[in-house]
Design a protein around this ligand. Structure first.
Ligand SMILES: Nc1ncnc2c1ncn2[C@@H]1O[C@H](COP(=O)(O)OP(=O)(O)OP(=O)(O)O)[C@@H](O)[C@H]1O
Length: 492
């Protein structure tokens, strides 16, 4: 049998090879040696290929590197025929397999690329071969072996690696997409009511100024969100936005967080640390709950605002920073000044312009849009769910709305948000007017009817679930619905 049978494309090599009788024997011997040796060669081969990322292209395309590659390849191929074979093929194969994985993933080697490489290599070897035809024959045989072996391994390991890789990638993609969506959703200000439109206009208009801005509003109205939008709209947009919440830290810690400290400034100060003013240098510092700032720190803050200078705790060295300040508070700072708790001069410094965020109860029209935004794609709700949201007073504002929806999502059986899965205080508020507190005048019939209608509505008009909740059969429920003239529409 012709040794090149399986490589139709290279049959013409016979031109260069004179076959002797003992060819078959020699070939088998070479095969054995090859098998033992090829893994060593493969390693070198791949090391080189890695240095020439597009080796396949180089070989077939006649690029300038061809000469160099050609001589390297020749050297290896010659080694195949002459060198000692001292490695365990299988062990190496698995190691080589791993290498292929990295090659496959880095350069997306495909079988097509390999077969192009094989064609290219053989053409190149035969073009100006100066050794005997036997040597050429053996060399080419070695090459074919090498590439066959290689192909088998590559197909194995590449496929596995590719599958794992693409699974990982799509998982990673999904995670990134979700994170991005969350990030976009979390920095997206929702609301189209007039007070929010006024907020948007102010954000736009303040884009050109570097002056401090005070954002006022109850807790959860979106002050931090507005701060992020102000930062994005400003010329500092590409720089860091550093956020600190004054209510979250005791005074001494807050001082070192804001202004930094030197090593040994206080017990536990084992190294010097820059404060957030330094971290935010060139960018924006958002001080949330500025109304909580203690007197001493107010003075220090005033100094930075006045001339951009500060001293780390435990240091005498003056440092200069250029930071745009945004501050937020849910307190009435005017009243805090009256009570002597907030410095008037600092107030005027930070309050060059105030953005006032309305509480959610004063912008109920935005509730459905906000709810849709927090629910996200693929969620529905019963109409009663939305009714309750729209009627509730929302003392915790948008944050409370977001949490309520998260809760309803977690508890939802399918992709439908139902009123019962809202936090009890919200859900109860929706039922207050229907709640069964039978007055002395209410007769049993009225109480019964209200109870049935309410249960029916809570179960979104689902008769099976309503019957189960009332502890009656479905047939009895039909009868009662008819008797009390409770319509399905009423449940929607
Ligand atoms: N208009 C809005 N559109 C979309 N999400 C909002 C809106 N307002 C607030 N949120 C969301 O509500 C949550 C609370 O918002 P944020 O932290 O900005 O409020 P805050 O006024 O700074 O609260 P606090 O005073 O308690 O720090 C965040 O998850 C935020 O994304």
């Amino acid at each position: 049998m012709q040794p090149f049978d399986s490589y139709e494309k290279f049959l013409d090599l016979q031109r260069y090879v004179s076959w002797g009788d003992d060819d078959q024997q020699r070939i088998s011997a070479v095969r054995e040696r090859l098998l033992a040796r090829s893994t060593v060669i493969i390693e070198d081969f791949y090391a080189e290929i890695r240095r020439h990322p597009f080796a396949a292209k180089v070989i077939t395309g006649g690029e300038p590197q061809v000469a160099q590659l050609k001589s390297t390849l020749r050297q290896w191929l010659r080694q195949l025929l002459t060198g000692p074979y001292d490695r365990d093929y299988l062990a190496l194969r698995s190691r080589v397999g791993q290498k292929h994985v990295s090659i496959g993933l880095d350069q997306v080697y495909t079988s097509t690329a390999l077969s192009r490489m094989r064609n290219g290599l053989i053409r190149l070897l035969t073009e100006d071969w100066q050794e005997t035809p036997d040597e050429l024959y053996l060399t080419i045989e070695s090459l074919n072996k090498l590439l066959d072996l290689d192909q088998a391994i590559i197909e194995d390991s590449y496929q596995t690696a590719f599958i794992t890789q693409s699974q990982n990638l799509s998982k990673e993609n999904l995670q990134l997409r979700v994170a991005l969506e969350r990030e976009q959703r979390s920095t997206h200000i929702i609301g189209a009511c007039e007070p929010m439109m006024a907020v948007y206009r102010l954000i736009e208009r303040t884009a050109a100024t570097d002056k401090p801005i005070l954002i006022q509003g109850e807790s959860g109205t979106g002050k931090e969100l507005v701060a992020k939008a102000l930062h994005r709209a400003s010329r500092f947009a590409g720089k860091p936005l550093v956020v600190i919440n004054c209510a979250a830290l005791p005074e001494n810690l807050l001082e070192s967080e804001l202004f930094g400290h030197e090593k040994g400034a206080f017990t536990g100060a084992i190294a010097s640390k820059p404060g957030l003013f330094e971290v935010a240098d060139g960018g924006t510092l958002f001080i949330d709950e500025i109304g909580e700032l203690a007197g001493g720190l107010q003075a220090k803050l005033l100094r930075v605002l006045e001339d951009g200078s500060l001293r780390r705790v435990g240091s005498v060295k003056e440092r200069r920073v250029n930071v745009r300040l945004l501050a937020a508070t849910n307190r009435d700072l005017g009243k805090e000044i009256e009570k002597g708790r907030f410095r008037e001069d600092l107030y005027y410094r930070i309050n060059v312009l105030t953005i006032l965020l309305p509480p959610l109860r004063e912008r109920r029209g935005d509730i459905p849009q906000l709810a849709r935004h927090f629910a996200g794609k693929g969620w529905n709700w019963e109409s009663r769910f939305m009714q309750i949201l729209e009627n509730y007073s929302w003392p915790g504002n948008v944050r409370q709305l977001r949490n309520a929806i998260e809760r309803a999502k977690v508890l939802a059986e399918e992709n439908t948000l139902i009123a019962e899965n809202l936090p009890p205080e919200i859900w109860r508020s929706g039922n207050e007017k229907d709640i069964l507190t039978p007055s002395s005048e209410a007769d049993l019939e009225t109480v019964n009817r209200a109870h049935i209608a309410d249960t029916f509505r809570r179960h979104s008009g689902n008769k099976a679930r309503t019957a189960r909740a009332l502890g009656i059969s479905r047939r009895t429920l039909y009868r009662l619905l008819e008797k009390h003239d409770i319509e399905e529409d009423a449940a929607q």
